[in-house]
Design a protein around this ligand. Structure first.
Ligand SMILES: C[C@@](CO)(OP(=O)(O)O)[C@H](O)COP(=O)(O)OP(=O)(O)OC[C@H]1O[C@@H](n2ccc(N)nc2=O)[C@H](O)[C@@H]1O
Ligand SMILES: Nc1ncnc2c1ncn2[C@@H]1O[C@H](COP(=O)(O)OP(=O)(O)O)[C@@H](O)[C@H]1O
Length: 300
């Protein structure tokens, strides 16, 4: 088997309502999630020993411990899947994994979770494991609350701690700019700073067809983590203001931040906003992108 490629798109929490807390401290969420058509890129090649290499703009921010990759979620995903396969008597030979890290790290767009999900998909293909042989969503949840949704990779509503996934038909594609002040944010710190843990659930009108109606409905929803994250990172308010200043019809923070997204009327407007924002703050991250509609894979 020759080299296999998988892409790991950014996860966008178009809305994120925190509705309660479990006994173990994890928060109960209701989140409207979509994915971009670009992101990190991974490749998987047969090798004589396991290997892990990283390139790309954010390679330096990726955790690595020695050549094997240490506590990187890519390496954890490979090793966890291998041990499950060993229990079932299935072969999982050595693999070299290369990660092109294009997404900012610890930024609320689930790059690490997307890399873990792409690794599960990639090594399953490389090792030619039949789809039903492993319970991948359960394995994914052991890697992180966001990994099952990244494995699903389609527009969805996530509930529970993120693992109860309901695919969402009809969500349109949006032209978007992702904006990040390159201040990593710790997800546990943001949850801890959240004052009210029991907030109103997510609710969408039944009949939404036009993109404008979807944007209006999403505008009525919230990200409950935006206020606590903004108290921890002052630049979140600044970068939201910059997106709004470029004419975004909706601006919100994704996940636990600090990445904010702006929805624009079309890709040309998003590209123009990206260029304008980069000229204002060349040291920050601005990326024009498009979100998927339906179960569309991103470009590998
Ligand atoms: C907030 C969200 C929204 O999609 O996204 P990100 O900001 O990470 O992208 C996710 O819930 C993050 O999922 P993920 O980043 O996989 O979280 P995990 O590694 O499982 O958990 C990290 C820590 O976050 C807190 N945590 C996470 C998920 C959750 N539903 N409740 C929590 O309280 C816990 O303190 C946990 O120890
Ligand atoms: N492949 C990876 N890419 C990014 N972060 C990783 C990766 N593997 C492990 N991590 C760790 O996971 C944490 C969360 O990263 P990430 O998924 O980028 O952010 P978020 O959970 O805010 O969306 C980081 O603090 C980082 O140390």
């Amino acid at each position: 088997m020759s080299m296999i490629s998988e892409c790991a798109p950014a996860k966008i929490n178009l809305a994120l309502h925190v509705t309660g807390r479990r006994a173990d401290g994890y928060h109960l969420l209701e989140s409207l999630v979509t994915f971009t058509d670009t992101g990190d890129q991974l490749s998987f090649s047969p090798a004589s020993t396991d290997g892990f290499s990283v390139s790309g703009r954010f390679a330096g921010n990726v955790p690595r411990e020695g050549n094997a990759g240490g506590d990187n979620l890519v390496v954890k995903a490979r090793d966890m899947l291998r041990s499950v396969l060993a229990g079932a008597g299935l072969a999982a030979p050595p693999v070299h994994i290369h990660l092109e890290k294009n997404l900012p790290v610890a930024s609320g767009i689930g790059g690490g979770s997307a890399d873990a999900a792409a690794t599960l998909r990639g090594v399953m293909r490389l090792w030619e494991i039949p789809a039903g042989a492993v319970d991948l969503p359960t394995l994914a949840l052991r890697l992180g609350a966001d990994v099952p949704m990244c494995l699903a990779g389609t527009p969805l509503i996530a509930r529970g701690i993120g693992e109860a996934i309901e695919p969402l038909r009809g969500l349109p594609s949006f032209a978007m700019v992702l904006a990040n002040p390159l201040q990593p944010v710790s997800t546990p710190d943001v949850f801890q700073a959240l004052e009210s843990k029991a907030n109103a659930p997510l609710s969408l009108p039944g009949e939404l067809i036009e993109a404008a109606a979807w944007i209006a409905a999403i505008g009525n929803l919230r990200n409950d983590l935006e206020a606590p994250a903004s108290r921890l990172v002052a630049e979140i308010a600044v970068i939201s203001g910059l997106l709004a200043g470029q004419g975004a019809t909706l601006v919100r923070m994704s996940g636990s931040g600090a990445t904010c997204f702006g929805i624009f009327s079309d890709s040309a407007q998003a590209k123009a906003a990206e260029a304008a924002l980069l000229s204002i703050r060349p040291d920050w991250y601005f990326q024009a992108t498009t979100t998927i509609s339906g179960a569309q894979a991103c470009r590998a």
